[in-house]
Design a binder for this molecule. Sequence first.
Ligand SMILES: *[C@@H]1O[C@H](CO)[C@@H](O)[C@H](O)[C@H]1NC(C)=O
Ligand SMILES: *[C@@H]1O[C@H](CO)[C@@H](O)[C@H](O)[C@H]1NC(C)=O
Length: 247
Amino acid sequence: MDKKENVLCMMLAWSLVLSFTFNIAAARDCVKVNDCSCQMDDGSGLVDIATLGRTDGKPAFSGLDPNSVKYSYNPCYPFTDGACENVAACQNLQNQNIPIGKQDGSLWNVDPASNELIVTYTQNTTGQEQVTIVTLVCNKTITDTADYIAIGTVTGNAPYFLSISHKCACPGLCTPGLSAGTVIIIVFFCVLAVYLIGGVLYTKFVKKSTGMELIPNLDLWKTFFQLIKDGFMFLVGKCKRSQYDKI
Ligand SMILES: *[C@@H]1O[C@H](CO)[C@@H](O)[C@H](O)[C@H]1NC(C)=O
Ligand SMILES: *[C@@H]1O[C@H](CO)[C@@H](O)[C@H](O)[C@H]1NC(C)=O
């Protein structure tokens, strides 16, 4: 076996190991943390929409649906506009404000059909149950003002559909601090760097090694990669062999 094949084997083996490690949980959901954020259960991070909301008691978003019914929405923080008192969402129909969802008790889910994150707000102040469903669309390129769409309703009644697109709707991109996955990767590379630098210094100055022998625990690593390679070649040996022959 030549050197190129060796390296390729190692790379494939490692990518297999990594993809297994990071994809154990396949069914995604977002576990609610509070009325402003949820944590993806696949480890991809926190979705936090707090920075998209206004904190001065006014709605951050306001717009007309295709039937010219106005819907206002403010992520995370309650707002008040006439009859809509301390709400998350407000409908303005024929110049009358109707509260259609409060911040408290919001439900956070990944819609299994569309695979998109939805937040459901409810309100029951008028005796009539109101439901507003906001889709949080992850778009990494929208970093300033979020794109807001008042989709409205087909039936004229609840649920009312709204949508906002922004970087902060993406898991882990609007988190104050680092996600768990990032921390693990950073710690891994720090430990690796300390091991390599410390190991090289040790073999160089204590064991007086030179060349390849500078690599710490060289024999152990040779055996380790040989084992991975053997296992890998055992699994896909024949198939890969025929592809190499073609090249
Ligand atoms: C909404 O309010 C009505 C009347 O107060 C009540 O009968 C109904 O159970 C409430 N619904 C919910 C979901 O709380
Ligand atoms: C993200 O938003 C930009 C600007 O509105 C749009 O052009 C682009 O198509 C969006 N990307 C996706 C994946 O929806």
